[in-house]
Design a protein around this ligand. Structure first.
Ligand SMILES: [Zn+2]
Length: 179
């Protein structure tokens, strides 16, 4: 694993902004009320708030699914599970340095939108968390296409550079489940 580096406070402010923007975009796209958005039961965390097993290299983010700890079997439904969207500061910072066309806010907006689309699709059972490797790859393409669709209508500085970057970005899926 490459050296861990963390977002500085100024970057963390932009992460917060990107999450707010992404939640609004995804809510609009999927027509979610604020209570429906809350019931997706996810959180977005940066490297400083990740445990060692939530940290990966080679991905900008990963989703870790936590099973409900509740004993009540009747209530142990999919909706009780919690999705932790784990942003990988070190990988994001390296990509920003290697690709000068990438702008921080737009890049984070893409990453968070992408992960939120995954969460919505898991919640709506459009996609199984434990799908086969081939199905996960196909889902990855669908989620990238939707992210592109949602962001391509935005007039935000730097978004064109981000969409251009992702035109050729192909990476294996990135979801794991913690007991
Ligand atoms: Zn993905």
């Amino acid at each position: 694993m490459n050296q861990l580096r963390y977002f500085v406070p100024q970057q963390l402010e932009k992460v917060t902004r990107a999450v707010e923007m992404a939640e609004e975009l995804i809510s609009n796209y999927y027509k979610l009320s604020s209570s429906q958005l809350r019931r997706l039961n996810y959180d977005v965390k940066t490297l400083a708030d990740l445990s060692p097993e939530e940290i990966v290299s080679g991905h900008f983010a990963q989703i870790v699914k936590y099973k409900s700890k509740r004993k009540d079997v009747l209530r142990e439904t999919e909706a009780e599970d919690f999705y932790k969207i784990c942003l990988q500061d070190h990988s994001i910072l390296t990509a920003l340095e290697m690709h000068p066309d990438l702008e921080f806010l737009g890049f984070l907006l893409y990453i968070v939108c992408h992960e939120l689309i995954h969460v919505v699709r898991f919640r709506r059972f459009l996609q199984q968390f434990d799908a086969s490797a081939a199905e996960k790859m196909a889902e990855e393409q669908r989620v990238h296409a939707k992210t592109h669709e949602i962001l391509s209508n935005l007039s935000i500085d730097g978004i064109a550079g981000v969409l251009n970057f992702y035109e050729n970005w192909r990476n294996p899926p990135h979801q794991v489940e913690q007991p």
